[in-house]
Design a protein around this ligand. Structure first.
Ligand code: HEM
Length: 457
C-alpha cells in the first residue's frame, strides 16, 4: 500500500536537509502537500508521515491508546542522553503510571509554590547584568529555567554539587547547539568514541561526568532517613510497583535526566523568543506594561498567570516559533485505517507536525507575522494550536512552562527596560531536536529599576 504523498526528493538529500535546515525542509514540503506527506528523513525509521491538518491530528491524538499508539521504542534518538528507562522510552501501563506519579509536581499547589522562586531568580539574574552591555537572552533565560527545574527535581538544592550539576548540564545541552553538532544524534555511524577530542568521545565523557553527579546525589538520598520532602527525586525513590519493587539507581538517573533536559532547554528557548518578539514590537511591549500596571503593586503570581494579553503573547510566541517541531511518533496499529482519505498500513509511523500546523494560513492569516491579538479574537482547538503536543504523551511540564514564561516576562517588563541589540532578524535553527533562535537573541538593558541597589544603578 503506497504511503500518502511521498516526497520525490532523493532520500539522502531529505535526510541532510532535515538535519541542517528543518524549517526550509518542512516549508517546501508543505508547499507541495499542505495537509499530509511522507518524508524519508532520519531518526524515525525509513519513512515518516507528517500530518499537518488539524482534523487528522485530532484523529491521531484522540486515539493514541489503540489505533495510533505512542511506542517508547520509536523515541530512541534521545536514548544516548536519556537512557533506556526514561518515561519517554516507556509506553502502555508503565508509561501511564509513571506520568501519574510525576505529574502533580508540575501542577496546582506544588507549581504555585515556585512563583516566588521564579520572580526572585529573574530579579537576581537580571540584577547582575551590567547596563548597556550586550548579553544573549537565551543564556540568561537558561540560567533561570535551569535553577527552576533543579528545584522541582531535587528540592532545595544548593552547594558545590548543585553548581557542578548546573555547569555540566549546560555543557551537555550546548553540545547540540548547532545543526552540525546535532547531526551526531541523528547519524548513528558518527557515534564513535575516537578519544576525548572527538565529538562523540567528548559527549560520552561529559555524560559520564553528569551521571556521576546524579548518582552521587541518589546515593546521598538513600543514606538519609525518609523525610517529608516533596521534590521529584524523593517521590520517585519512595514509589513502588505492584510487586513492591522500588526504582533502581539507573531508572532514577534516566528519569531525572529526562525531566532536567525536557524542562529547561525548551522553556529557556521559548522565553528568549518571547523577549525577541516583544522587543521587536514596541506597541506590544507598551500594551503588556499597561496590563501589568493594572494589577497594582506586588501582584500575586496567579493574577499574573491569568492576564489575557500576556497569555496571548506567550501563545503567539509558542505558535510562531514552536520549540518542538513535531509530536513524538505515533504508530498505526489496526487494519483499514484512513487519514484524510489516505489508507494507512499497520506499522506506519506518523507525527503531528506542530510547526506546519501553526503556519496554516486559514487558521492564522499572515502566519509569519507576530500578532497576539489572534488569541484574543478566537479560540483555537487543541489540534490547531498544540505547542505541547497532545494525547497520551502530552507535555508533562506544560503548566510549569507557561507559569514560568509569564512570571519571568512580567518580572522583567515591570522592572527593566530592554532593547534588541541586533538589527538582523532572528531565524529558527536546529538545536538538538528543537528549534531555537540562531544567535540566541542579543539584547541590552537600557534602564534599571528605580529601587535597584546603588552598584547596579
Ligand atoms: C515551552 C516549553 C515546552 C514545550 C514547548 C514542550 C513541548 C513538548 C512536546 C511537543 C512534547 C511531546 C508531546 C506529544 O508527543 O504529543 C513534550 C513532551 C514532554 N515534555 Fe515538554 N515542553 C516544554 C516544557 C517542558 C517542561 C518544563 C517539562 C518538565 C517537566 C517538560 C517535560 C516533558 C516530558 C517528560 C515529556 C514526555 C511526555 C511523555 O512521554 O509522556 N516539558 N513536551
Amino acid at each position: 500500500m503506497p504511503h500518502p504523498n511521498p516526497l520525490t526528493k532523493p532520500a539522502f538529500l531529505q535526510k541532510l536537509q532535515w538535519v541542517a535546515d528543518p524549517v526550509s525542509y518542512m516549508k517546501s514540503a508543505a508547499r507541495q502537500y499542505p495537509d499530509i506527506f511522507t518524508a524519508k528523513i532520519i531518526g524515525f525509521g525509513n519513512t515518516l508521515v507528517f500530518v499537518n491538518h488539524p482534523e487528522a491530528i485530532q484523529e491521531i491524538l484522540t486515539n493514541d491508546r489503540k489505533t495510533f499508539t505512542a511506542p517508547g521504542e520509536k523515541n530512541t534518538i534521545l536514548q544516548p542522553i536519556l537512557g533506556d528507562y526514561s518515561l519517554i522510552m516507556l509506553d502502555g501501563d508503565r508509561h501511564r503510571k509513571r506520568r501519574q506519579l510525576v505529574m502533580p509536581s508540575f501542577h496546582g499547589e506544588r507549581m504555585r509554590a515556585y512563583g516566588e522562586l521564579i520572580q526572585d531568580l529573574t530579579q537576581k539574574v537580571f540584577g547582575q547584568l551590567p547596563i548597556n552591555q550586550i548579553f544573549t537572552a537565551r543564556e540568561v533565560t537558561q540560567e533561570i529555567s535551569l535553577q527552576v527545574i533543579l528545584q522541582t527535581v531535587f528540592g532545595v538544592y544548593d552547594g558545590e554539587r548543585s553548581q557542578q550539576l548546573k555547569k555540566q548540564l549546560k555543557v551537555m545541552a550546548d553540545l547540540f547547539r548547532s545543526p552540525v553538532t546535532s547531526s551526531f544524534l541523528f547519524f548513528s555511524p558518527l557515534q564513535k568514541d575516537l578519544g576525548a577530542w572527538s565529538p562523540w568521545g567528548k559527549f560520552l565523557r561529559d555524560r559520564q561526568a553528569l551521571d556521576q553527579l546524579i548518582y552521587a546525589e541518589i546515593a546521598q538520598r538513600r543514606q538519609e532517613s525518609p523525610s517529608s520532602r516533596t521534590d521529584i527525586l524523593s517521590l520517585l525513590m519512595s514509589a513502588q510497583d505492584e510487586m513492591g519493587n522500588q526504582m533502581s539507581d539507573v531508572e532514577l538517573r534516566d528519569e531525572l535526566m529526562t525531566l532536567l533536559f525536557a524542562g529547561y532547554e525548551t522553556t529557556a528557548t521559548s522565553l528568549a523568543w518571547a523577549l525577541y518578539w516583544i522587543h521587536q514590537n514596541p506597541e506590544i511591549r507598551d500594551k503588556l506594561i499597561l496590563e501589568l500596571e493594572s494589577l497594582g503593586d506586588n501582584p500575586d503570581s496567579m493574577s499574573i498567570f491569568k492576564l489575557p494579553y500576556l497569555t496571548a503573547v506567550c501563545n503567539e510566541t509558542l505558535r510562531i516559533c514552536p520549540v518542538a517541531m513535531l509530536t513524538f511518533p505515533r504508530v498505526v496499529q489496526e487494519e483499514n485505517v484512513e487519514l484524510l482519505g489516505h489508507p494507512l498500513e499497520p506499522k506506519t509511523v506518523l507525527v503531528g507536525c506542530i510547526f506546519l500546523t501553526h503556519q496554516r494560513e486559514e487558521l492564522y492569516p499572515e502566519p509569519q507575522q507576530f500578532k497576539p491579538e489572534r488569541f484574543l479574537e478566537r479560540q483555537f482547538s487543541p489540534y490547531e494550536f498544540m505547542p505541547f503536543g497532545g494525547g497520551v504523551r502530552r507535555c508533562l511540564g506544560e503548566a510549569l512552562a507557561l507559569f514560568e514564561m509569564k512570571l519571568v516576562l512580567a518580572t522583567i517588563l515591570s522592572h527593566y527596560q530592554l532593547a534588541l541589540a541586533d538589527t538582523q532578524k532572528e531565524v529558527p535553527k536546529r538545536r538538538g531536536v528543537t528549534l531555537a533562535p540562531e544567535r540566541g537573541v542579543k539584547m541590552v538593558i537600557t534602564k534599571k529599576p528605580i529601587f535597584a541597589s546603588p552598584e547596579n544603578a
